[in-house]
Ligand binder design. Structure first.
Ligand code: S3P
Length: 176
């Protein structure tokens, strides 16, 4: 557990559909922290939606923007940082995330993720309808997500309940 940075930020990681943004809203509410979304930062910085960046520039440039967005966030304090599902792929991103605060993985099973992704759109890596490919991506990333400082079960419960679970497991009083 990364205790040195506790009290500063909390970083949320997990696959697409794990609920990083919705749980992030609840965590921000419970802690009084600001909610910062890395994808949102990229959209603001590039003036384009994520799907457009993927389509026009390719994934590699998006990944570069992701790392740059993490660099740009290094001075933030008292924030919940919601990340994109692929942020775990670069070692540099891990160093940047860990400097921000404890990295918390929202752990979901594939059936739950698939259901949520079927109901949602706007994600270039999940919009093709090739679920075998998306599941394979999830499987490849699983060992990376498990490197988080804290892994929290996120299949069940409302975003508020999951947020409370996180604070409890981080040993933070705000949840009580
Ligand atoms: C991605 C996840 C997305 C977004 C981009 C790539 C991924 O974020 O960063 O579409 O590689 O898993 P969410 O996890 O918030 O959907």
């Amino acid at each position: 557990m990364n205790t040195a940075a506790e009290g500063d930020n909390i970083v949320l990681i997990g696959f697409m559909g794990a609920g990083k943004s919705t749980v992030g809203v609840e965590l921000a509410e419970l802690t009084g922290f600001s909610l910062l979304d890395v994808d949102q930062r990229i959209v603001e910085c590039c003036g384009r939606q994520i799907a457009e960046i993927f389509a026009q520039e390719g994934e590699e440039l998006f990944r570069q923007c992701e790392t740059e967005a993490l660099h740009a966030l290094q001075a933030v304090r008292r924030s919940i940082v919601a990340t994109g599902g692929g942020i775990v792929g670069r070692q540099e991103n891990w160093e940047l995330m860990r400097r921000l605060g404890p990295v918390v993985y929202l752990r979901c099973s594939w059936p739950v993720l698939r259901q949520r992704l079927e109901d949602a759109s706007g994600r270039p890596l999940a919009d093709g309808g090739d679920w075998q490919q998306v599941e394979a991506l999830w499987r490849r990333r699983l060992p990376l997500y498990e490197l988080a400082d804290l892994c929290v079960e996120a299949d069940q419960g409302t975003p508020g309940e999951i947020a409370r679970r996180i604070l409890l497991q981080l040993g933070r009083g705000e949840a009580q």
